[in-house]
Structure formats: structure tokens, C-alpha cells
Design a protein around this ligand. Structure first.
Ligand SMILES: [Zn+2]
Length: 215
């Protein structure tokens, strides 16, 4: 009984609840950054800080632009019918995001694999999907699941696997101050979840040092 909702879980979650139609309000951001500088005991009027509120507002707007990206528009014209049914992998996709708990960056790499079901997506679109969800306030686990569920639903794929490896500045610069810790999260859907050999193949392929390695 408790599992009744599981089947439709991905459809529900993939609804992009974080999307906002409203662009970042740069004027408000600027004056708030001035407030932050004052609260820190700084002098916003001194030379080095004169343009800081403007720069920070601009940077924040850029780093959260994923709120205003539309996945369907992004994929428009980039889905191709195909009979290919072997695993497709795009690995080592660099990303930069910001943790929603501290507003500090976390960054690293995303590895994506899927088993096509009569259609594939243009390979360059996968990093753009990653960026769409990374350029928001995030937690690593949600970022991982959003990428996986979006691919599963938009491609109707037989299975999707996503692994995210990241360093979090909120762990490195403060708190536990663990500079070399890498957080790894994964989301395995469809065949990647139900078939251990599919999952293993994916994990083996993303661990290879380079595509030219022989083992
Ligand atoms: Zn954090």
C-alpha cells in the first residue's frame, strides 16, 4: 500500500516546481549587497567596494539563470528517432552550482547514461540540461534526481543513470573544513535500477580514465 505512489513518482517529481517566471531583481539585490557589506563592518563607499553590489547582483543573476530555462524549449528539435538501443554515455560534464543552505558554490562533474527507447537526444543538450538545474540554488541530491528524471521522462528512455561528484565550498571553507572530500550522489532509474549488469556497465564505463583506455 505504501508503495502505491512509486510508479508515478518520476512523473510527479519532474514537474519543474523551482521554475520562476520572474527574473532576478538586480536593483533589489544590489541594495541588499550594500546592506551585507555594512553588516560585515565594511565601508561600501571605499574604492574597492564601489562596484561590488552591482557585480555581485550580476553574478547571482547569472548563477541562478537556470530558474528561467525551459527544458522543452531546450530540447525542441533535438530529439531524434533511432533504432540504436545500446547505452549512451556522456561523462565528465563540468558543472557549477550553489548550495541552498549556505549560498556557497559546489562544483564537480556529472556523468550521464541512458538506454534509448526509439529516440536519442542531441549529445550537446545533455550538458545544457545539467546547467539548467545546476544554475539554481541546489542540494546535490536534488540536482542528481532532477537530471535523471528529466531525461527519463523527456526521452521515455528504458533507463537512466546519473552520477554527480562534487566538492562543496561550505565543507571546505567552513564547518568540517574537509578540503579533499568529494560527495558522490547517484540516481538510477528503469533498467539502471532493476538490472545490476546495466548499472555495472554504466559505472565501469564512467570510471575509465579516457575513451581510448582499453580496460
Ligand atoms: Zn552548504
Amino acid at each position: 500500500m505504501a508503495k502505491q505512489g512509486v510508479k508515478h513518482r518520476s512523473q510527479r517529481q519532474v514537474e519543474d516546481v523551482n521554475v520562476s517566471n520572474r527574473s532576478a531583481d538586480r536593483n533589489v539585490l544590489q541594495s541588499l549587497v550594500t546592506e551585507i557589506l555594512l553588516a560585515l563592518g565594511e565601508k561600501p563607499g571605499r574604492n574597492g567596494l564601489l562596484k561590488t553590489p552591482e557585480r555581485v547582483a550580476k553574478a547571482l543573476a547569472f548563477m541562478t539563470q537556470g530558474y528561467h530555462r525551459d527544458i522543452d524549449q531546450l530540447l525542441n528539435g533535438a530529439l531524434f528517432p533511432i533504432e540504436y538501443d545500446e547505452m549512451v554515455i556522456v561523462k565528465d560534464i563540468d558543472f557549477f552550482s550553489m548550495c541552498e543552505h549556505h549560498l556557497l558554490p559546489f562544483y564537480g562533474r556529472v556523468h550521464v547514461g541512458y538506454l534509448p527507447n526509439k529516440k536519442v537526444v542531441g549529445l550537446s543538450k545533455i550538458p545544457r540540461i545539467v546547467d539548467t538545474f545546476a544554475r539554481r540554488l541546489q542540494v546535490q541530491e536534488r540536482l542528481t534526481v532532477q537530471i535523471a528524471e528529466t531525461l527519463e521522462s523527456k526521452l521515455n528512455a528504458h533507463g537512466v543513470g546519473v552520477v554527480v561528484e562534487a566538492r562543496h565550498l561550505c565543507m571546505m571553507m567552513r564547518g568540517v573544513e574537509k578540503q579533499n572530500t568529494i560527495a558522490v550522489s547517484s540516481s538510477m532509474l528503469g533498467a539502471f535500477r532493476s538490472q545490476p549488469q546495466t548499472r555495472l556497465e554504466f559505472l565501469k564505463l564512467i570510471r575509465r580514465g579516457s575513451v581510448s583506455d582499453s580496460d
